[in-house]
Design a protein around this ligand. Structure first.
Ligand SMILES: [Zn+2]
Length: 459
């Protein structure tokens, strides 16, 4: 077999986000095939064979690629609506429109969501998709195809809802599936698409939507299904005070106790939000290794509250960052969440050391890899790991006067991405996608958003 082709990157600052937080003021990386072969201070070793590309990354910071742990791609078509609503009002306002999505719309929305994240340094994306209107086509396939074509590593959390209004749930009855249909379709999606091989680009998780849109039976059987198939579990949890009240009224307990009672705490589980957690909830997450997708912008947008991330980290809870759907975070970018996580958690804790720039970067990289169950392959720059990394440009007006590049990246304006690699393949160059025509994606998403609005009777 021919030796792997090597790419040498030199003269950049490097934040490895390894366990010791190793950094180099000026260093090099050698990529071989889909892996990081070596890295360290100063120039690359001389005499390397099979070097097909050398990148002079002077003025740049290299970090692991960003890992997004919570999103709803389809919401790309309903951005900027219900802008002054809390979670439940916002959901009720948007469910009727969401229930009209079809395959072409979902594909376009996935392209828009993925493109926006990828050009901003995301190398691993996820989509929690839980709206499957009858007769709307193969939505999972449409989403997975979009991710594959974009060249982004991807987890599809196959969602579901089976608790409609007539069963005391929040979504209208026409927007939900039956218990049996949801379980069968989820199992089929796992069997068809979940890749367990090293460096996998597509993985599937089992992901009933939330306590207020899913029956207890679907929560229970969903957890059993995931464990039988060996895949991870994802859902929304403890997002708002209204959800907490709902759980107490319907189940006679708070969300975390409800999750415990349905088999939903464990190392193979991660949950979005986890805003309203008391000390014993956080202890239960820490004890069981249950992960959290922290979504600061979405929580602020919907006035949900501030998750206790510093307390979670102190207790040992795995925490990653999430954009959340773009109907509750119109920017759709993960790199801004690094900054928002830092600022919001300092506000929430009234403490200037509540979260540091380096902790924020860790949440967006290694923390995300942990909650997706992939920390052995991605999330830090180390020899043998997959070559998922970003070169951030730090020598322009926006950042050049800030001496420390990690401080510049997290505290400063969104940094331009000069290059982004997934499995050693470059997918972004100078802020533009190499794997898709951004202008064409913008046009398609606009057309599909208009078509959805028309069908849903908004215009
Ligand atoms: Zn969400």
């Amino acid at each position: 077999m021919a030796a792997d082709r090597r790419t040498v990157i030199e003269n950049c600052a490097i934040a490895t986000v390894d366990v010791a937080d190793t950094e180099y003021a000026t260093g090099h990386l050698v990529l071989a095939g889909d892996r990081i072969e070596s890295l360290g201070p100063g120039p690359a070793p001389e005499g390397l064979e099979n070097v097909t590309r050398r990148i002079d990354a002077t003025g740049h910071l290299a970090t692991p690629g960003l890992v997004n742990t919570h999103h709803h791609f389809y919401q790309w078509l309903t951005r900027g609506l219900a802008t002054d609503h809390n979670l439940f009002d916002w959901l009720v306002a948007l469910y009727p429109t969401w229930a009209r999505i079809d395959e072409a719309m979902v594909h376009a929305a996935a392209q828009g969501s993925l493109a926006m994240m990828a050009r901003g340094g995301v190398t691993t994306a996820m989509d929690h998709h839980y709206v499957f209107p009858r007769g709307s086509g193969d939505l999972s396939e449409a989403i997975i195809t979009a991710a594959r074509d974009m060249g982004v590593r991807f987890t599809l959390a196959r969602g579901s809802m089976d608790r409609g209004e007539s069963d005391g749930g929040l979504p209208p009855d026409f927007a939900v599936e039956t218990l049996d249909d949801a379980l069968a379709a989820t199992e089929e999606t796992v069997r068809r698409h979940h890749d367990t091989s090293p460096g996998a680009m597509t993985q599937i998780a089992v992901a009933p939507c939330s306590p207020f849109s899913v029956s207890t039976e679907l929560m229970r059987q969903g957890a059993e299904l995931a464990r039988r198939l060996g895949v991870r579990l994802h859902t929304h949890g403890s997002e708002t005070v209204e959800e907490e009240k709902f759980c107490h009224e319907l189940f006679g307990m708070g969300p975390t106790d409800y999750f415990a009672s349905t088999g939903w705490l464990g190392e193979d589980v991660w949950m979005a939000h986890c805003v309203h957690m008391n000390d014993s909830d956080i202890a239960a997450f820490a004890r069981t290794g249950t992960g959290v997708a922290h979504c600061p912008s979405s929580n602020a947008r919907l006035a949900a509250g501030i998750a206790r991330v510093p307390d979670m980290l102190a207790a040992g809870v795995p925490v990653g960052l999430g954009v959340d759907g773009t109907a509750s975070n119109e920017s759709g970018e993960l790199h801004t969440e690094l900054r928002n996580a830092l600022l919001i958690n300092r506000l929430g804790a009234h403490r200037e050391k509540a979260l540091t720039a380096r902790q924020a970067l860790r949440l967006g990289t290694h923390g995300g890899a942990r909650v997706l169950g992939r920390a052995d392959e991605i999330g830090s720059l180390e020899p043998g790991k997959l070559a998922d990394l970003v070169l951030w440009r730090m020598d322009t007006l926006a950042h050049a006067s800030i001496a420390d590049p990690v401080t510049a990246l997290v505290f400063g304006a969104a940094a331009p991405v000069t290059a982004s690699f997934v499995n050693g393949r470059q997918i972004v160059e100078n802020g533009r996608l190499l794997t898709a025509d951004e202008d064409a994606v913008a046009r398609t998403t606009r057309a599909e958003a208009r078509r959805l609005a028309r069908i849903a009777g908004q215009v």
